[in-house]
Design a binder for this molecule. Structure first.
Ligand SMILES: [Ca+2]
Length: 402
Protein backbone atom coordinates (compact mmCIF):
# COMPACT_ATOMS: atom_id res chain seq x y z
CA UNK A 1 0.00 0.00 0.00
CA UNK A 2 1.04 3.54 -0.45
CA UNK A 3 2.09 5.85 2.32
CA UNK A 4 -0.48 7.96 4.08
CA UNK A 5 -1.58 10.72 1.80
CA UNK A 6 -3.55 13.89 2.25
CA UNK A 7 -5.86 14.22 -0.67
CA UNK A 8 -8.07 17.08 -1.73
CA UNK A 9 -10.94 15.40 -3.56
CA UNK A 10 -11.95 18.54 -5.38
CA UNK A 11 -8.59 18.81 -7.15
CA UNK A 12 -7.06 15.37 -7.02
CA UNK A 13 -3.80 16.85 -5.81
CA UNK A 14 -1.93 15.05 -3.10
CA UNK A 15 0.22 16.84 -0.58
CA UNK A 16 2.62 13.90 -0.54
CA UNK A 17 5.19 14.84 -3.18
CA UNK A 18 6.15 11.27 -4.00
CA UNK A 19 2.72 10.04 -5.02
CA UNK A 20 -0.17 11.25 -7.09
CA UNK A 21 -3.69 10.28 -6.29
CA UNK A 22 -6.91 10.28 -8.25
CA UNK A 23 -10.45 10.05 -6.91
CA UNK A 24 -12.49 7.88 -9.28
CA UNK A 25 -16.17 7.12 -9.34
CA UNK A 26 -17.21 3.50 -9.13
CA UNK A 27 -18.46 3.08 -12.68
CA UNK A 28 -15.08 4.20 -13.96
CA UNK A 29 -13.38 1.81 -11.60
CA UNK A 30 -15.44 -1.15 -12.82
CA UNK A 31 -14.55 -0.29 -16.39
CA UNK A 32 -10.88 0.01 -15.61
CA UNK A 33 -10.49 -2.72 -13.05
CA UNK A 34 -9.24 -5.39 -15.44
CA UNK A 35 -6.67 -3.00 -16.81
CA UNK A 36 -5.63 -2.13 -13.32
CA UNK A 37 -5.04 -5.73 -12.42
CA UNK A 38 -2.91 -6.18 -15.50
CA UNK A 39 -1.03 -3.02 -14.74
CA UNK A 40 0.49 -4.27 -11.52
CA UNK A 41 3.59 -4.91 -13.46
CA UNK A 42 7.14 -3.77 -13.91
CA UNK A 43 7.17 -0.02 -13.94
CA UNK A 44 3.92 1.39 -12.76
CA UNK A 45 2.38 -0.64 -9.99
CA UNK A 46 -1.02 0.95 -9.66
CA UNK A 47 -2.53 0.37 -6.26
CA UNK A 48 -6.13 0.55 -5.30
CA UNK A 49 -6.73 1.89 -1.87
CA UNK A 50 -9.91 2.02 0.18
CA UNK A 51 -12.09 0.51 -2.51
CA UNK A 52 -15.38 1.78 -1.14
CA UNK A 53 -14.81 5.29 0.07
CA UNK A 54 -18.50 6.07 -0.37
CA UNK A 55 -18.72 7.44 -3.92
CA UNK A 56 -15.04 7.39 -4.65
CA UNK A 57 -12.22 4.96 -4.97
CA UNK A 58 -8.66 6.21 -4.90
CA UNK A 59 -5.87 5.18 -7.21
CA UNK A 60 -2.34 6.06 -6.30
CA UNK A 61 0.82 5.76 -8.30
CA UNK A 62 4.40 6.75 -7.56
CA UNK A 63 5.81 9.95 -9.07
CA UNK A 64 8.52 8.07 -10.92
CA UNK A 65 10.25 8.85 -14.18
CA UNK A 66 8.36 8.48 -17.47
CA UNK A 67 9.02 8.84 -21.16
CA UNK A 68 7.00 11.68 -22.65
CA UNK A 69 5.36 11.54 -26.07
CA UNK A 70 7.99 13.95 -27.45
CA UNK A 71 10.86 11.69 -26.34
CA UNK A 72 11.72 13.90 -23.39
CA UNK A 73 11.78 12.39 -19.93
CA UNK A 74 9.38 13.58 -17.28
CA UNK A 75 7.76 12.73 -13.97
CA UNK A 76 4.48 10.87 -13.74
CA UNK A 77 1.86 12.89 -11.87
CA UNK A 78 -1.70 14.20 -11.86
CA UNK A 79 -2.57 16.87 -14.42
CA UNK A 80 -3.23 19.70 -11.99
CA UNK A 81 -0.14 18.81 -10.00
CA UNK A 82 1.92 19.08 -13.18
CA UNK A 83 0.62 22.52 -14.04
CA UNK A 84 0.88 23.77 -10.47
CA UNK A 85 4.55 22.79 -10.41
CA UNK A 86 5.24 24.53 -13.70
CA UNK A 87 5.52 21.50 -15.94
CA UNK A 88 3.70 20.61 -19.12
CA UNK A 89 1.83 17.39 -19.82
CA UNK A 90 3.54 15.25 -22.42
CA UNK A 91 1.61 12.01 -22.87
CA UNK A 92 0.25 9.50 -20.41
CA UNK A 93 1.79 7.21 -17.82
CA UNK A 94 0.64 4.87 -15.02
CA UNK A 95 -1.77 3.19 -17.43
CA UNK A 96 -3.43 6.45 -18.29
CA UNK A 97 -4.04 7.56 -14.72
CA UNK A 98 -1.12 9.97 -14.75
CA UNK A 99 0.41 12.43 -17.16
CA UNK A 100 4.07 12.49 -18.03
CA UNK A 101 4.99 15.95 -16.80
CA UNK A 102 8.01 17.49 -18.52
CA UNK A 103 9.82 20.44 -16.99
CA UNK A 104 11.52 22.79 -19.44
CA UNK A 105 12.93 26.10 -18.39
CA UNK A 106 15.17 28.87 -19.67
CA UNK A 107 17.06 32.02 -18.70
CA UNK A 108 16.68 33.51 -15.24
CA UNK A 109 14.73 30.66 -13.72
CA UNK A 110 15.10 28.57 -10.61
CA UNK A 111 14.29 24.88 -10.60
CA UNK A 112 14.11 22.15 -8.02
CA UNK A 113 12.43 19.58 -10.26
CA UNK A 114 14.42 16.46 -11.00
CA UNK A 115 14.76 16.00 -14.77
CA UNK A 116 14.40 19.66 -15.72
CA UNK A 117 15.57 20.62 -19.21
CA UNK A 118 17.47 23.91 -19.40
CA UNK A 119 17.11 25.32 -22.92
CA UNK A 120 18.19 28.45 -24.76
CA UNK A 121 15.85 31.38 -25.15
CA UNK A 122 13.49 30.65 -28.04
CA UNK A 123 14.23 26.91 -28.09
CA UNK A 124 13.88 24.90 -30.32
CA UNK A 125 14.93 27.84 -32.49
CA UNK A 126 18.55 28.88 -32.07
CA UNK A 127 19.52 31.98 -30.14
CA UNK A 128 21.73 34.58 -31.80
CA UNK A 129 22.22 37.34 -29.27
CA UNK A 130 24.51 38.38 -26.46
CA UNK A 131 24.33 38.22 -22.69
CA UNK A 132 24.17 35.49 -20.13
CA UNK A 133 21.49 32.93 -19.43
CA UNK A 134 21.42 31.35 -15.99
CA UNK A 135 19.56 28.51 -14.32
CA UNK A 136 19.63 28.16 -10.54
CA UNK A 137 19.23 24.57 -9.36
CA UNK A 138 17.94 23.93 -5.89
CA UNK A 139 17.89 20.40 -4.54
CA UNK A 140 14.64 18.55 -5.04
CA UNK A 141 15.31 16.75 -1.77
CA UNK A 142 17.82 17.17 1.04
CA UNK A 143 19.36 13.76 0.23
CA UNK A 144 20.52 14.94 -3.22
CA UNK A 145 24.28 15.34 -3.41
CA UNK A 146 25.09 15.19 -7.14
CA UNK A 147 23.69 16.80 -10.26
CA UNK A 148 24.15 15.09 -13.61
CA UNK A 149 24.06 17.31 -16.69
CA UNK A 150 23.34 15.68 -20.04
CA UNK A 151 24.03 17.85 -23.05
CA UNK A 152 21.23 16.68 -25.34
CA UNK A 153 21.90 19.73 -27.50
CA UNK A 154 24.97 21.91 -27.06
CA UNK A 155 26.24 24.23 -29.75
CA UNK A 156 27.76 27.54 -28.74
CA UNK A 157 30.70 29.43 -30.27
CA UNK A 158 34.01 27.56 -30.04
CA UNK A 159 37.31 28.79 -28.60
CA UNK A 160 39.56 31.38 -30.26
CA UNK A 161 42.01 29.65 -32.60
CA UNK A 162 45.37 30.79 -31.25
CA UNK A 163 45.36 29.39 -27.73
CA UNK A 164 42.00 27.59 -27.79
CA UNK A 165 40.61 29.57 -24.88
CA UNK A 166 36.84 29.87 -24.48
CA UNK A 167 36.80 33.66 -24.49
CA UNK A 168 33.71 34.22 -26.62
CA UNK A 169 30.97 31.86 -25.49
CA UNK A 170 31.24 29.86 -22.29
CA UNK A 171 29.30 27.35 -20.29
CA UNK A 172 30.03 27.85 -16.59
CA UNK A 173 29.01 25.75 -13.60
CA UNK A 174 29.26 27.39 -10.20
CA UNK A 175 28.25 26.51 -6.67
CA UNK A 176 29.61 22.96 -6.73
CA UNK A 177 33.08 21.51 -7.16
CA UNK A 178 35.39 23.39 -9.57
CA UNK A 179 34.33 22.71 -13.15
CA UNK A 180 36.33 23.96 -16.14
CA UNK A 181 34.51 26.34 -18.45
CA UNK A 182 33.73 24.76 -21.81
CA UNK A 183 32.51 25.97 -25.19
CA UNK A 184 31.92 24.78 -28.75
CA UNK A 185 30.10 21.57 -29.62
CA UNK A 186 29.39 19.17 -26.79
CA UNK A 187 26.27 17.32 -27.78
CA UNK A 188 26.16 13.87 -26.17
CA UNK A 189 28.62 14.77 -23.39
CA UNK A 190 27.80 14.88 -19.72
CA UNK A 191 29.07 16.23 -16.39
CA UNK A 192 28.58 15.31 -12.77
CA UNK A 193 28.47 18.21 -10.33
CA UNK A 194 29.06 17.73 -6.63
CA UNK A 195 26.16 19.50 -4.93
CA UNK A 196 27.52 18.97 -1.42
CA UNK A 197 25.57 18.20 1.71
CA UNK A 198 22.79 20.48 2.87
CA UNK A 199 20.38 22.60 0.92
CA UNK A 200 21.70 26.12 1.21
CA UNK A 201 24.04 26.39 -1.78
CA UNK A 202 22.36 26.13 -5.18
CA UNK A 203 24.27 25.04 -8.28
CA UNK A 204 24.16 27.57 -11.10
CA UNK A 205 24.48 26.87 -14.80
CA UNK A 206 25.36 29.85 -16.98
CA UNK A 207 25.66 30.15 -20.73
CA UNK A 208 27.54 33.29 -21.68
CA UNK A 209 27.08 34.47 -25.26
CA UNK A 210 29.89 36.69 -26.55
CA UNK A 211 29.69 39.46 -29.09
CA UNK A 212 29.89 37.53 -32.33
CA UNK A 213 26.85 36.46 -34.27
CA UNK A 214 26.34 32.74 -33.81
CA UNK A 215 23.38 30.39 -33.80
CA UNK A 216 23.50 28.91 -30.33
CA UNK A 217 21.28 26.10 -29.20
CA UNK A 218 21.28 24.10 -26.02
CA UNK A 219 19.15 21.65 -24.13
CA UNK A 220 20.71 20.43 -20.88
CA UNK A 221 18.96 17.76 -18.86
CA UNK A 222 19.42 18.23 -15.12
CA UNK A 223 19.15 15.03 -13.08
CA UNK A 224 19.32 15.17 -9.30
CA UNK A 225 21.05 12.18 -7.71
CA UNK A 226 20.50 11.22 -4.06
CA UNK A 227 23.60 10.24 -2.12
CA UNK A 228 22.44 6.71 -1.38
CA UNK A 229 21.85 5.56 -4.96
CA UNK A 230 23.99 3.01 -6.76
CA UNK A 231 24.15 5.24 -9.86
CA UNK A 232 25.98 8.03 -8.05
CA UNK A 233 29.38 8.86 -9.59
CA UNK A 234 32.57 8.30 -7.63
CA UNK A 235 34.04 11.31 -5.89
CA UNK A 236 36.13 13.59 -8.08
CA UNK A 237 34.75 12.42 -11.42
CA UNK A 238 33.53 15.18 -13.70
CA UNK A 239 32.58 12.41 -16.12
CA UNK A 240 31.48 8.94 -15.11
CA UNK A 241 30.90 6.05 -17.48
CA UNK A 242 29.37 2.67 -16.85
CA UNK A 243 29.41 -0.48 -18.95
CA UNK A 244 32.05 -2.87 -20.21
CA UNK A 245 32.75 -0.73 -23.27
CA UNK A 246 32.17 2.84 -24.32
CA UNK A 247 33.62 6.00 -25.78
CA UNK A 248 35.35 8.92 -24.08
CA UNK A 249 35.72 12.29 -25.76
CA UNK A 250 37.24 15.55 -24.62
CA UNK A 251 34.94 18.57 -24.69
CA UNK A 252 34.54 20.17 -28.12
CA UNK A 253 36.06 17.10 -29.78
CA UNK A 254 35.20 16.87 -33.44
CA UNK A 255 37.54 15.38 -36.06
CA UNK A 256 36.59 18.00 -38.65
CA UNK A 257 36.52 21.32 -36.85
CA UNK A 258 36.76 20.75 -33.09
CA UNK A 259 39.60 22.27 -31.10
CA UNK A 260 41.00 20.93 -27.86
CA UNK A 261 39.97 23.34 -25.12
CA UNK A 262 42.57 25.04 -22.96
CA UNK A 263 42.34 25.40 -19.18
CA UNK A 264 40.91 21.94 -18.61
CA UNK A 265 41.63 19.87 -15.53
CA UNK A 266 39.29 17.08 -14.56
CA UNK A 267 38.86 13.39 -13.85
CA UNK A 268 37.10 10.82 -16.06
CA UNK A 269 35.98 7.66 -14.32
CA UNK A 270 34.80 4.31 -15.60
CA UNK A 271 32.93 2.09 -13.19
CA UNK A 272 34.71 -1.23 -12.71
CA UNK A 273 32.23 -3.84 -13.81
CA UNK A 274 32.07 -7.14 -11.97
CA UNK A 275 34.88 -9.58 -12.86
CA UNK A 276 36.81 -7.01 -14.89
CA UNK A 277 40.33 -6.16 -13.78
CA UNK A 278 41.83 -3.95 -16.49
CA UNK A 279 40.83 -1.45 -19.13
CA UNK A 280 42.07 -1.03 -22.67
CA UNK A 281 41.90 2.23 -24.61
CA UNK A 282 42.10 2.64 -28.40
CA UNK A 283 41.87 5.84 -30.44
CA UNK A 284 38.50 6.13 -32.20
CA UNK A 285 38.41 5.63 -35.96
CA UNK A 286 38.73 8.93 -37.81
CA UNK A 287 36.86 8.77 -41.09
CA UNK A 288 37.40 12.42 -41.95
CA UNK A 289 41.15 12.99 -42.01
CA UNK A 290 43.87 11.20 -43.95
CA UNK A 291 45.92 10.82 -40.79
CA UNK A 292 43.82 10.22 -37.72
CA UNK A 293 43.29 13.24 -35.50
CA UNK A 294 41.34 11.34 -32.85
CA UNK A 295 44.24 11.73 -30.43
CA UNK A 296 45.92 15.09 -31.05
CA UNK A 297 46.89 16.84 -27.82
CA UNK A 298 50.14 18.61 -28.69
CA UNK A 299 52.33 19.50 -31.67
CA UNK A 300 51.04 20.75 -35.00
CA UNK A 301 48.47 18.21 -36.07
CA UNK A 302 48.45 19.48 -39.65
CA UNK A 303 51.41 17.13 -40.05
CA UNK A 304 52.24 13.74 -38.49
CA UNK A 305 53.16 14.05 -34.81
CA UNK A 306 54.50 11.15 -32.74
CA UNK A 307 53.21 10.17 -29.36
CA UNK A 308 54.84 11.82 -26.36
CA UNK A 309 54.99 10.40 -22.86
CA UNK A 310 55.99 11.24 -19.34
CA UNK A 311 56.11 14.32 -17.17
CA UNK A 312 59.63 15.55 -17.85
CA UNK A 313 60.54 18.61 -19.87
CA UNK A 314 61.62 18.17 -23.47
CA UNK A 315 60.22 17.76 -26.96
CA UNK A 316 58.75 14.32 -26.33
CA UNK A 317 57.37 14.89 -22.86
CA UNK A 318 54.00 16.06 -21.66
CA UNK A 319 54.71 19.09 -19.52
CA UNK A 320 51.77 21.23 -20.67
CA UNK A 321 48.80 19.24 -21.95
CA UNK A 322 48.23 15.59 -21.23
CA UNK A 323 45.89 12.69 -20.71
CA UNK A 324 46.93 10.77 -17.63
CA UNK A 325 46.29 7.02 -17.72
CA UNK A 326 47.77 5.35 -14.62
CA UNK A 327 50.57 2.91 -15.48
CA UNK A 328 49.63 2.69 -19.15
CA UNK A 329 51.38 0.13 -21.37
CA UNK A 330 50.89 -0.76 -25.01
CA UNK A 331 48.98 -3.96 -25.60
CA UNK A 332 51.24 -6.70 -26.93
CA UNK A 333 54.48 -5.02 -25.98
CA UNK A 334 57.32 -7.51 -26.03
CA UNK A 335 58.87 -8.57 -22.74
CA UNK A 336 60.77 -7.47 -20.73
CA UNK A 337 59.65 -3.92 -21.48
CA UNK A 338 56.18 -5.05 -20.43
CA UNK A 339 57.11 -4.19 -16.89
CA UNK A 340 57.50 -0.53 -17.81
CA UNK A 341 54.58 1.79 -17.95
CA UNK A 342 53.89 5.50 -18.30
CA UNK A 343 51.27 7.87 -16.97
CA UNK A 344 51.01 11.01 -19.08
CA UNK A 345 50.38 10.64 -22.79
CA UNK A 346 50.22 13.53 -25.29
CA UNK A 347 51.45 14.36 -28.79
CA UNK A 348 49.65 13.44 -31.99
CA UNK A 349 49.59 9.63 -31.83
CA UNK A 350 47.99 7.47 -29.17
CA UNK A 351 50.62 5.15 -27.73
CA UNK A 352 52.26 4.52 -24.35
CA UNK A 353 55.63 4.31 -26.17
CA UNK A 354 57.31 7.01 -28.25
CA UNK A 355 55.95 6.12 -31.65
CA UNK A 356 54.36 7.23 -34.91
CA UNK A 357 52.14 4.13 -34.74
CA UNK A 358 48.94 4.22 -32.77
CA UNK A 359 48.46 1.39 -30.29
CA UNK A 360 45.89 0.06 -27.87
CA UNK A 361 46.88 0.91 -24.32
CA UNK A 362 46.17 -1.18 -21.21
CA UNK A 363 45.94 -0.04 -17.60
CA UNK A 364 45.20 -2.30 -14.64
CA UNK A 365 45.28 0.40 -11.97
CA UNK A 366 42.04 0.45 -10.01
CA UNK A 367 39.66 2.20 -9.92
CA UNK A 368 39.61 2.96 -13.66
CA UNK A 369 40.22 6.67 -13.92
CA UNK A 370 41.90 9.18 -16.24
CA UNK A 371 42.77 12.82 -15.80
CA UNK A 372 42.83 15.40 -18.57
CA UNK A 373 44.86 18.56 -18.20
CA UNK A 374 45.56 21.45 -20.57
CA UNK A 375 47.27 24.76 -19.92
CA UNK A 376 46.31 28.12 -21.46
CA UNK A 377 48.81 28.18 -24.34
CA UNK A 378 48.80 26.53 -27.78
CA UNK A 379 50.46 28.65 -30.49
CA UNK A 380 53.02 28.59 -31.93
CA UNK A 381 54.05 25.00 -31.08
CA UNK A 382 50.62 23.41 -30.72
CA UNK A 383 48.29 23.95 -33.65
CA UNK A 384 44.88 22.57 -34.67
CA UNK A 385 44.77 19.81 -32.08
CA UNK A 386 41.39 18.18 -31.73
CA UNK A 387 41.70 16.64 -28.26
CA UNK A 388 40.87 12.97 -27.86
CA UNK A 389 38.30 10.37 -28.66
CA UNK A 390 39.03 6.94 -27.18
CA UNK A 391 37.08 3.71 -27.18
CA UNK A 392 37.45 1.69 -24.02
CA UNK A 393 36.91 -1.99 -23.33
CA UNK A 394 37.20 -3.47 -19.86
CA UNK A 395 39.36 -6.59 -19.64
CA UNK A 396 38.29 -9.69 -17.70
CA UNK A 397 40.33 -10.85 -14.73
CA UNK A 398 42.78 -13.53 -15.90
CA UNK A 399 46.24 -14.69 -14.99
CA UNK A 400 47.66 -11.78 -16.99
CA UNK A 401 45.20 -9.10 -15.94
CA UNK A 402 44.66 -9.03 -12.19
CA1 LIG B 1 48.17 23.78 -24.32
Amino acid sequence: MCQSVDVNFSTGITKNKNFSIFPLNRSFIRKSYQDLRKSESRFWPVQKEGRFLSLFTVVTFPNGGCAGASGDNGTCMAARECSSRGGSANGYCANGFGLCCVFMTSCGSTSSENGTYFVNSGYPSPYDGTGSCELTINKSHSTVCQIRLDFDRFVIAGPEKTNNVCNRDQFIVSGGNPVPAICGMNQGSHMYIDAGIGTTNPVKLTFVAGGTSFERIWKVKVTQIPCDTIYKADEGCLQYYTGVSGQLRSFNYDPTSGLQLSNQDYGICIRMERNFCGIQYTACPDTVNNRSRSFTLSGNSNGPVNSMIGSGVGPNNCANDWLLIPCAANVGRIQPAQALCTDRICGGTFSADLSMQSSSVLSTVKPFRLWFHTDNIEAPVDVDNRGFCLNYVQQPCTNNVI
